[in-house]
Design a protein around this ligand. Structure first.
Ligand code: ATR
Length: 288
């Protein structure tokens, strides 16, 4: 793979991209995006910028003033960044959060590639189609909103959002009900879930993330062969939920694909070129 890399020199034509967040040093986005630019021979570079909440406005003005090509936005700026944009896409209107900004013709346009990145990972990595499927999404926070939005666009049969705080599950279901058949329930609704013909379960909560990696967000005792169990967590790569699911014969899908494809979509929005997804994945796998 190394010999596919083009030798790009940073010079006075280099287009600048980056990610704004607080904290930011843990971000793996520079690794995947710089590899993508290199593999594609694009004269661009991607940096990690530690932008604190009080600096967000100046940083966003900086995109215009300095002529950056675009940015990714991560916590805690995904919602507030909208104040500084000229327009947002449909995904952002449903999700209420932005992770990618494109700077084009003097305009800053907000997108959200997390959910669509997740669905593309299911489609391309697992060769799985959500049309006509019954889906359980565990969690109703920011990550869940992106995933549920993108899944709702795939013509599923039904989506059940299950969350510790039931009202949040119901509110999310309400908001996305124009797109597909969807309901919100609390954790006690597990009996209701067992009676459905569920095809896919996805955990969008932080339950099971290192260092508390022996926890699970949903009772897995009903998982069965043929079920798809997916976890957005990628640290650890093999969560307890996935481990149990695999033992019970389910097909498992980890969270790294979502990270890679959210970055792939961002790259494609910025450059108009297909992202070198396999290179992006292998470079991040090497550092995890
Ligand atoms: P993110 O943007 O990563 O989704 P978030 O918006 O804070 O983060 O949402 C976290 C989600 O994980 C929520 O659905 C939360 O449930 P509540 O709405 O009840 O808070 C869920 N979550 C976090 N810790 C949890 C726990 N220990 N048990 C069950 N659910 C948990």
């Amino acid at each position: 793979m190394m010999n596919d890399l083009k030798n790009i020199q940073v010079d006075s034509s280099t287009q600048i991209y980056g990610v704004f967040g607080d904290p930011i040093r843990q971000s793996k986005s520079p690794i995947i995006q710089n590899r993508a630019f290199q593999v594609m021979g694009i004269n661009a570079v991607y940096g990690a910028f530690h932008v604190k909440p009080e600096g967000l406005k100046d940083a966003m003005n900086g995109i215009r003033a300095l002529g950056f090509g675009g940015i990714n936005v991560t916590a805690p700026h995904k919602v507030r960044v909208m104040e500084y944009l000229d327009d947002i896409d449909e995904a952002v209107r449903y999700i209420g959060a932005v992770n990618t900004v494109v700077h084009k013709d003097g305009m800053l346009i907000g997108h959200n590639t997390d959910g669509i990145g997740y669905v593309r990972s299911l489609k391309e990595d697992l060769k799985y189609d959500l049309q006509g499927k019954t889906i359980v999404v565990v969690g109703a926070g920011g990550a869940a909103r992106g995933v549920v939005y993108a899944m709702a666009k795939e013509q599923p049969k039904h989506i059940i959002v299950m969350n510790r705080t039931e009202e949040k599950a119901k509110a999310l279901a309400d908001k996305l009900s124009p797109l597909c058949s969807i309901e919100g329930i609390g954790l006690a609704g597990i009996e209701h879930i067992k009676q459905q013909n569920v095809d896919v379960v996805v955990n969008t909560t932080s339950v099971g993330m290192a260092p508390r990696s022996d926890e699970m967000a949903i009772d897995p005792s009903w998982f069965h062969e043929g079920l798809i169990v997916s976890d957005l967590i990628y640290n650890p790569r093999m969560t307890k939920l996935l481990e149990v699911a695999e033992k019970r014969g389910a097909k498992i899908h980890g969270g790294l694909g979502m990270f890679v494809y959210q970055g792939a979509y961002a790259f494609e929005y910025w450059t108009g070129k297909s992202a070198p997804v396999n290179d992006m994945r292998s470079v991040v796998e090497a550092v995890l």
